[in-house]
Write a protein that binds this ligand. Structure first.
Ligand SMILES: [Zn+2]
Length: 190
C-alpha cells in the first residue's frame, strides 16, 4: 500500500519534471528567436537611420529649417515674400517681363517649379504661367487674407510662398499662376 503510494508519487514527480521540461523548451526557443529578431530589427533601424541621414544631407534643404536659418539663406525681400507670404510690387521683379527659355526653380530650395514654355504675358506685373512644371512640385492653400478668397501656391518641397493661382489664364489650362519673381531662380537652357 505504501509502496504503491510511493510509486504513484514518484510517477507524479517524474511527470511534473517532464512537463516542466516540455514547458521550458518552447520558452527557451522563442527567447533565442526573439533575440535574433531584435538584433535584426536593430540593424534595420540603424540602416534606415543612415538612409535618412543621407537624404537629409542631400541638397536642397527642407522645410525643417528654423526661421533664423531661412533668414541667413534668403535676402530680406525673399524672406518677406517666401516665409511671411508677402508680395513684391508689380513690374519690379526680375522675371515679370523675361522671355529667356529655361526652368524656374524655387529660390529657396531649388525645386523645379515652372518652365518658360508655359510663361505668358498676363500684363499684371508678375511672372505668370499657365501650368506648373510638375503637378507635384507645388501645393495649394486657401488664402482668405486681405478680404479676398484666393488660392495660394507654395513650393511642395520647402513650403515657400510663391504666389497665387487664378482661373483667368489662357488655354490649355485656363489657369494663371501669378508668381513673385523673388521666389524664383531662372536656370536658362544651354
Ligand atoms: Zn522650395
Amino acid at each position: 500500500m505504501l509502496s504503491k503510494f510511493f510509486v504513484a508519487a514518484l510517477l507524479a514527480a517524474v511527470s511534473i519534471s517532464l512537463y516542466g521540461a516540455v514547458v521550458n523548451k518552447p520558452k527557451t526557443a522563442p527567447q533565442v528567436h526573439q533575440h535574433k529578431t531584435t538584433s535584426v530589427a536593430h540593424v534595420q533601424t540603424k540602416a534606415q537611420g543612415n538612409k535618412k541621414m543621407t537624404e537629409a544631407n542631400k541638397p536642397p534643404v527642407s522645410a525643417e529649417k528654423s526661421q533664423d536659418e531661412w533668414k541667413k539663406n534668403l535676402t530680406p525681400e525673399q524672406y518677406r515674400v517666401m516665409r511671411e507670404k508677402g508680395t513684391e510690387a508689380p513690374f519690379t521683379g526680375k522675371y515679370w517681363d523675361t522671355k529667356v527659355k529655361g526652368v524656374y526653380k524655387c529660390a529657396a530650395c531649388g525645386n523645379v517649379l515652372f518652365e518658360s514654355k508655359t510663361k505668358f504675358e498676363a500684363g499684371c506685373g508678375w511672372p505668370s504661367f499657365y501650368s506648373p512644371a510638375d503637378a507635384k512640385g507645388v501645393k495649394y492653400h486657401t488664402d482668405t487674407s486681405n478680404g479676398m478668397t484666393r488660392t495660394e501656391v507654395t513650393c511642395a518641397k520647402c513650403g515657400a510662398h510663391l504666389g497665387h493661382v487664378f482661373d483667368d489664364g489662357p488655354e490649355p489650362t485656363g489657369k494663371r499662376y501669378c508668381i513673385n519673381s523673388v521666389s524664383l531662380e531662372l536656370v536658362p537652357d544651354k
